[in-house]
Design a protein around this ligand. Structure first.
Ligand SMILES: *Cc1c(COP(=O)(O)O)cnc(C)c1O
Length: 369
């Protein structure tokens, strides 16, 4: 059996250190906004190469708080990729803003810089590139456009811990970045957790208030803020795991190279031009075509399941087709819609052995025959 994800196995190497860290926090008697959070924020800012890291409750909160702290007029537009996790879009609407979809580059699945300009209106205030599956968006042209039109750029880096672009880290490329440490991410907590990174001193100060009821000084409230604090327990666990993140990501890259080298021509592989910059949060292949009215992608998933191999789909329904965004249902986004029909994620995480990945490869290649 090769499950798509086995968090117990992924966390097993850290078991003793995690236990020691949680014991330390429990014994300290200090559970919210203390030394553990401060220590993790310093380390993570250093890891990302940013001046600031602000720990928050989760990834959705990280994105939402930045958009709120930027204080755009209500109804301002934010450019979002049409194929992303729903949280990116939720952050926009939670902040009282309007998402404007832009189709991805069909080669990289990432926000296509060449399509952004046509989506800019006088109401546009920000661009929200999502480093989907662990690969950074093409940020140079995005930042140039942002400069030309005076837009802010918020990176959704929730899948890109340790990814780089032109030798700079994800999370240091835009004006601010939102991170999730949901347990399945490359840097995963043992519960919900998130962070914001930025080089903007003034924004960082405001966000420290925004995450804590809008209060910088106890019982004095500058903003109608959130309760969105990273807690001491999660911060202590994250510090343990951060120390090994680079090695974990190297292992992901090794397995990704194995997939790229050995998977046969019957499935479409992810772009292989930046294997060392990619954090390989997910290894996503595409299975085009239909057989007898049902998708070949779904047939492959059944075939692998019968052989004890778990897969997942990131994601089955595009945001504009979710009932939550029914007002956008009439929009046609053919590239995104096609990707949602064809993508399937194969098991990829640092706990897998070469043999297990070879087993997945053999099964996928057999399906193609
Ligand atoms: C996981 C994720 C989020 C949300 O993070 P949570 O911590 O679950 O709120 C946002 N964007 C992307 C791309 C994600 O993968």
């Amino acid at each position: 059996m090769i499950p798509f994800l086995d968090l117990k196995r992924i966390n097993e190497p850290y078991q003793a250190q995690i236990s020691a860290a949680t014991e330390r926090v429990i014994q300290s008697g200090w559970y919210i906004l203390g030394e553990e959070v401060q220590a993790f924020e310093l380390q993570y800012a250093r890891y990302c190469g940013t001046r600031h890291c602000i720990g928050v409750a989760n990834g959705l909160e990280a994105l939402t708080l930045v958009l709120k702290a930027w204080n755009f007029p209500m109804g301002s537009e934010v450019i979002v990729p049409s194929n992303a996790y729903i949280a990116s879009v939720l952050s926009v609407t939670h902040a009282g803003l309007t998402p404007v979809w832009v189709e991805p580059d069909p080669r990289t699945y990432l926000l296509d810089p060449a399509r952004i300009e046509a989506a800019i209106t006088p109401r546009t205030r920000a661009i929200l590139p999502v480093h989907l599956y662990g690969r950074c968006c093409d940020m140079s042209p995005i930042m140039k456009l942002a400069q030309r039109y005076n837009l802010n750029v918020l990176e959704d880096a929730a899948q890109a811990h340790g990814a780089t672009y032109e030798s700079r880290s994800a999370g240091s490329l835009g004006d601010a970045a939102g991170w999730s440490f949901y347990p399945s991410k490359n840097l995963g907590a043992i519960g919900d957790a998130g962070a914001i990174t930025t080089n903007d001193d003034e924004l960082a100060e405001r966000l420290r208030a925004w995450r804590n009821y809008g209060s910088a000084q106890r019982y004095v409230n500058e903003y109608a803020g959130h309760n969105s604090r990273l807690d001491e327990l999660q911060a202590a666990v994250l510090s343990v795991k951060l120390a090994n993140l680079a090695a974990d990501n190297e292992r992901r890259r090794t397995l990704a190279r194995l997939y790229l080298a050995e998977l046969g021509p019957t499935v479409l592989l992810p772009p292989a031009d930046q294997v060392d910059c990619d954090a390989w949060h997910l290894f996503v292949i595409r299975v085009p075509g239909d057989t007898a009215g049902s998708s070949r992608r779904d047939a492959l998933r059944v075939y692998l399941r019968e052989r004890g191999i778990g897969t997942d789909v990131h994601y089955p329904i595009p945001p504009h087709h979710q009932r939550a965004y029914a007002a956008h249902a009439a929009v046609s986004l053919p590239i995104s819609e096609q990707l949602h029909r064809e993508v399937v994620s194969l098991p990829l995480n640092p706990s897998l052995t070469d043999e297990e990945v070879m087993q997945v490869i053999d099964a996928v290649n057999q399906f193609g025959r």
